[in-house]
Design a protein around this ligand. Structure first.
Ligand SMILES: [Zn+2]
Length: 165
C-alpha cells in the first residue's frame, strides 16, 4: 500500500486521502475532506497484511475515497429517491396482498409483512445504483471497490464487508 496517498487522522482514526481525483465521476476533484466518502475496510486473515501505522495495528480501518461536491449531491439525492421509491413499492406489495388474499388472513399477513420488508430492503439499493448511473457516476456502493487504492488493499486480503464469525 502506498501510504503517502493517505494521511492518518489521529482524532477520527481513519485514513484521509491526499489524492483528490473524484473516484465516482473520474472528472472532478474533491475540494473538502468532508465531501469524501468514507468506508470501513476489514482484515480477514489477521497476519501479514495488517496496516501498521505508527506501530498501531489495524484490523478494521476507515478509509476515504475522494469525491467531488457534485457526486456527493447526486449520492445524497439518489439515496432519498431510492428510499422513497422503495417505500412506495413496499406499500404496493401490501395492497396487492390485500387484493389477492383478502379473505385468507394468514396469507394476507404473511405476504404483507414479508413482502413489505423484502421490497423495502431490496429496492432502494437498486434505484440508488440506477440514479447514479443515469448521472454518469458510480454509486456509493460501486465506487469504493473501483478506487485503485482500495483495489490494492482488497488484493492484499482486505475486504469491504465485515468478516463473518
Ligand atoms: Zn465526482
Amino acid at each position: 500500500m502506498q501510504t503517502q496517498l493517505y494521511t492518518f487522522n489521529e482524532k477520527r482514526k481513519r485514513l484521509d486521502p491526499t489524492y483528490t481525483l473524484c473516484q465516482f465521476c473520474l472528472k472532478d476533484f474533491s475540494t473538502e475532506m468532508s465531501d469524501n466518502h468514507f468506508t470501513n475496510i476489514y482484515n480477514e486473515k489477521d497476519r501479514t497484511n495488517i496496516v501498521v501505522y505508527r506501530s498501531v495495528k489495524f484490523q478494521k480501518l476507515m478509509i476515504g475515497i475522494p469525491r467531488c461536491k457534485n457526486c456527493k449531491k447526486i449520492h445524497h439525492n439518489s439515496a432519498i429517491y431510492g428510499w422513497l421509491i422503495g417505500f412506495v413499492l413496499a406499500v404496493g406489495v401490501v395492497l396487492l396482498a390485500n387484493y389477492f388474499f383478502k379473505y385468507q388472513f394468514g396469507y394476507l399477513m404473511f405476504f404483507s409483512i414479508v413482502g413489505f420488508i423484502a421490497t423495502f430492503l431490496l429496492t432502494p439499493p437498486i434505484f440508488v445504483t440506477i440514479f447514479s448511473a443515469r448521472q454518469g457516476i458510480f454509486s456509493i456502493m460501486d465506487g469504493p471497490e473501483r478506487d485503485p487504492q482500495i483495489q490494492e488493499l482488497l488484493h492484499q486480503g482486505w475486504t469491504l464487508n465485515p468478516p463473518s464469525a
